[in-house]
Design a binder for this molecule. Structure first.
Ligand SMILES: CC(C)(COP(=O)(O)OP(=O)(O)OC[C@H]1O[C@@H](n2cnc3c(N)ncnc32)[C@H](O)[C@@H]1OP(=O)(O)O)[C@@H](O)C(=O)NCCC(=O)NCCS
Length: 163
């Protein structure tokens, strides 16, 4: 496999939606169970490009196989802070894609002047929690019964890294 991490561009929108949809449909990792409609995904990416938010994709032979972004908060008192989201296609996990995506996105977030990057991760998502810890995220709290999937409640962890 020969993949690389690049800043997202307009031409990646459909592929970004496809990989996100695949991960959402695994029903174990994300807050949504399928991707938002194409128009909403397109708006998200184009707004992000205009605002210059750190938003990267991993691309393997023109296929988008992962994403990572930090969306800055909009309230005046919270603008130093952003929320991180990421995922890697099941076919490309465990080979360093997530590490490369996270590194590039955090670098972009702190270069942009953010001083706090936060995220919420399901408490049973060990690979993701290990990855975040390795990149300096610390546990801030446990969100009890935060997610309900197929009638089953799961706790989540609030983590943050300060820059
Ligand atoms: C979490 C995720 C993004 C990690 O991406 P990845 O490309 O698989 O990660 P990497 O290959 O860069 O590996 C990162 C580290 O996790 C470890 N790891 C990978 N798979 C693992 C597993 N199944 N169990 C435990 N550790 C694992 C690797 O050993 C690596 O550690 P190292 O840096 O010491 O070598 C990916 O598993 C994923 O997309 N999961 C589903 C979506 C998701 O959980 N998103 C985050 C929601 S908050």
């Amino acid at each position: 496999m020969s993949w690389q991490v690049v800043p997202i561009e307009r031409r990646h929108v459909a592929g970004f939606r496809e990989v996100l949809d695949g991960v959402a449909r695994e029903r174990r990792y994300l807050a949504f169970l399928e991707a938002p409609p194409p128009a909403r995904m397109r708006r998200f990416v184009l707004d992000g490009l205009r605002a210059g938010i750190p938003q990267f994709v991993a691309v393997d032979d023109a296929r988008v196989v992962g994403w990572c972004d930090v969306v800055p908060k909009s309230h005046e008192t919270l603008r130093h802070s952003g929320t991180l989201g990421m995922g890697v296609a099941a076919s490309h996990r465990g080979i360093g894609v997530g590490t490369a995506l996270l590194r590039a996105t955090l670098e972009g977030a702190f270069a942009r002047g953010l001083t706090r990057v936060e995220l919420v991760v399901r408490a049973d998502n060990e690979p993701a929690i290990a990855l975040y810890r390795r990149h300096g995220f610390e546990l801030e709290g446990r969100l009890r019964r935060y997610v309900v999937v197929d009638g089953v409640a799961h706790d989540a962890l609030q983590m943050a890294r300060l820059g």
